[in-house]
Design a binder for this molecule. Structure first.
Ligand code: NAD
Ligand code: MG
Length: 398
């Protein structure tokens, strides 16, 4: 029998990371968790090392690495502990690694995702921020180094499943007219502007359909998540802004759709559980069990679709604007959003300050071409400083 595929799971202690290990654990004959990485949840990482016995474990801080190494040694595990951000790039590009799950949250995941693409790996991309910040550079690396890119975001994974294999030749040539990107609408879908101005982090962290990390949960409540996904779809599928339509679909059963010029609309449906796209991307073009229960359409009973309201949810409009501005604009949008989300979670700004901060930072930034990774990193740095300044000047506690 063939050797199991060696998989690096970047961000193994997060929501996507844990779901990835759940799928891997169901198929020990096919997959081996070869390298695991964590930022702060060292205890969870240690438990994962006990269960999966990876060759490498990566933590960011020196102190954490020392104590994790000691515990691993005492337990007699075969795992070597590496430390620091460069180690993330190392485990993403080791020659013996077959596949890399890029599931670190935010801009912090960009360099390691890029390293996996440059090493020509099968890249399972959950970290949408990489494509938002450096879509052109990332896609160039994928093509130049022969990487296989498989989207993990449920919408993009659904779109991928509804596209013909030859879609990279161009959407028009395969008869695709539109991507219909579904969005649950988040917990505040029916809130008035007035109600939105008073929402708390606790309310925003309570997503109706999906269990996810805190950053993407807030992004889902502002609809910035959908905005980032519009930019992600642009790069993954070569779709222009006017070929991507956001559709509010509160049940999150239709994970997205592709519309063709003959009137056909293909959709992928399922229960909202990230193990479906993870299993799909791990096994593609084959299919494997994911642990997800079969969809019960009779229990679902109805599927609703509405237009998004960009008056109440300006983040979606801002993301479309950044996409049209091109260059470093999406990286600026992303950086300002990361700072704003964090400040909202810390109760330093109100919910509706999030779009206002992003609009102000984007409007006052100098947008440059994003030709080198340094252009993106510089734009990200500047936008973070501008966002921090904004909070100092205008932040009003929520
Ligand atoms: P999470 O917060 O649950 O986990 C994040 C992971 O990244 C953790 O393992 C953490 O240790 C690691 N991490 C955080 N900061 C880091 C840093 N500075 N350096 C190195 N590692 C760091 O997040 P999540 O919900 O699993 O999301 C991960 C990514 O997947 C995000 O980009 C998100 O947009 C995307 N995504 C998530 C979901 C979902 O259902 N959770 C769905 C679609 C896409
Ligand atoms: Mg998504």
């Amino acid at each position: 029998m063939a050797e199991p595929h060696k998989v690096t799971v970047l961000g193994s202690t997060g929501s996507i990371g844990v779901s990835t290990l759940d799928v891997i654990a169901r198929h020990p004959d096919r997959y081996q968790a070869y390298a695991l990485t964590a930022n702060s949840r060292h205890e969870v990482l240690y438990e994962q090392c006990v269960q999966f016995k990876p060759r490498y474990a990566v933590v960011l801080d020196e102190q954490g690495a020392v104590s994790l190494s000691e515990k691993i040694k005492t337990a007699g595990l075969p795992t070597e502990v590496l430390t620091g951000a460069p180690a993330l790039e190392k485990v993403a590009s080791l020659p013996e690694v077959d596949a890399v799950m890029a599931a670190i949250v935010g801009a912090a995941g960009m360099r390691s995702a890029l390293a996996a693409a440059r090493a020509g790996k099968r890249v399972l991309l959950a970290n949408k921020e990489t494509l938002v910040m450096a879509g052109h550079l990332f896609m160039e690396a994928v093509h130049k180094h022969g990487a296989t890119l498989l989207p993990i975001d449920s919408e993009h994974n659904a779109i991928f499943q509804c596209m013909p294999a030859s879609f990279p030749q161009g959407l028009a040539s395969v008869g695709v007219t539109k991507i219909l990107l579904t969005a649950s609408g988040g917990p505040f879908r029916n809130f008035t502007q007035e109600q939105l101005s008073h929402v708390t982090p606790e309310q925003a962290l309570n997503h109706p359909n999906w269990v996810m990390g805190p950053k993407i949960t807030i992004d889902s409540a502002t609809l910035m998540n959908k905005g980032l996904e519009v930019i992600e779809a642009h790069w993954l599928f070569g779709a222009e802004a006017n070929q991507i339509e956001v559709v509010i679909h509160p049940q999150s059963v239709v994970h997205s759709m592709v519309q063709y010029n003959d009137g056909s609309v293909l959709a992928e449906l399922g229960n909202p559980d990230m193990r479906t796209p993870i299993a799909h991307a791990l096994a593609w073009p084959e299919r494997i069990l994911s642990g997800v229960a079969p969809l019960d359409l009779f229990a679902t009973a109805r599927l609703d679709f509405q237009r998004p309201d960009t008056q109440r949810f300006p983040c979606l409009r801002l993301a479309f604007e950044a996409l049209k501005l091109e260059g470093t604009a999406p990286a600026i949008l992303n950086a300002a959003n990361e700072i704003a989300v964090n400040a909202f979670l810390q109760k330093e700004i109100a919910f509706m300050d999030i779009p206002q901060l992003i609009e102000d930072v984007l409007g006052n930034s100098c947008i440059q071409p994003a030709e080198r990774i340094e252009d993106v990193v510089d734009a990200d740095d500047l936008a973070r400083s501008a966002a921090q300044e904004w909070i100092k000047r205008k932040g009003a506690p929520c």
